[in-house]
Design a protein around this ligand. Structure first.
Ligand SMILES: [Zn+2]
Length: 223
């Protein structure tokens, strides 16, 4: 379930399926291709941090759940960061959330950051649907939708598939990419290793474990 949550959150950030109204009914994927989205959620109870990121450019999404050594926040927060090759600065958005329902977070994120309504639905077999309003959207129709109505859309509405994007759960990390993260410890290896010949570190993006020897760090160039 947790992995599907991560998959869903990243896919929701990347896909942005939207229904356009004005006589014709269209399903579109308007999010730009050259866009990388990263979401972080800090929750008080359960005290966990969720991290997901994805991009159509790599056709990959990844993420992890932090359950240890987490500072308890005074409130629940949802952070979104969007980066594009054409902008030096990422677009940042922070939102307070008052529940533990990712579907509700995404709806509120659209309301606040995208400034258009959107609704998320959980259908059977781990299928999720995000419907985001375009200009002239029939808001009463959007508001009236429930899971059954959404599941029936392919037969009750005239739809047109504009684009399909494929994603896989894949981080792309390897030891060569992980080692530079420890570059700051290069002059303090005794503190890091104590008497151990090797230590285990985790990828900050996907939590994959890597065993690192002291010798490897000694011979790695700092970033
Ligand atoms: Zn990784």
């Amino acid at each position: 379930m947790l992995q599907s949550l991560v998959l869903f959150a990243a896919a929701g950030a990347v896909f942005d399926l939207a229904f356009l109204f004005g006589g014709e009914f269209v399903i579109t994927s308007p999010r730009p291709w050259a866009e990388t989205t990263a979401w972080t959620v800090n929750l008080r109870a359960p005290r966990i941090n969720l991290f997901v990121t994805g991009s159509p450019l790599t056709e990959a999404i990844t993420g992890r759940i932090f359950t240890e050594d987490i500072r308890e926040p005074d409130r629940n927060f949802f952070y979104a960061q969007t980066t594009t090759p054409t902008s030096d600065e990422p677009r940042l958005s922070t939102m307070e959330v008052d529940d533990a329902d990712p579907l509700a977070w995404i709806s509120r994120f659209y309301e606040q950051s995208e400034q258009r309504p959107a609704r998320c639905f959980r259908l059977p077999d781990e299928h999720f649907v995000l419907i985001a309003a375009q200009p002239d959207c029939d808001l009463a129709w959007l508001e009236s939708l429930d899971e059954d109505a959404v599941a029936a859309i392919p037969t009750t509405e005239e739809t047109k598939l504009l684009e399909t994007r494929k994603f896989r759960f894949h981080c792309g990390c390897n030891l060569e990419r992980i080692l530079p993260i420890l570059g700051g410890w290069k002059n303090r290896l005794d503190e890091l290793f104590h008497d151990a010949a090797e230590i285990t570190i985790q990828c900050p993006r996907c939590a994959a474990s890597y065993r690192v020897t002291r010798h490897q760090l000694e011979t790695t160039d700092s970033p």
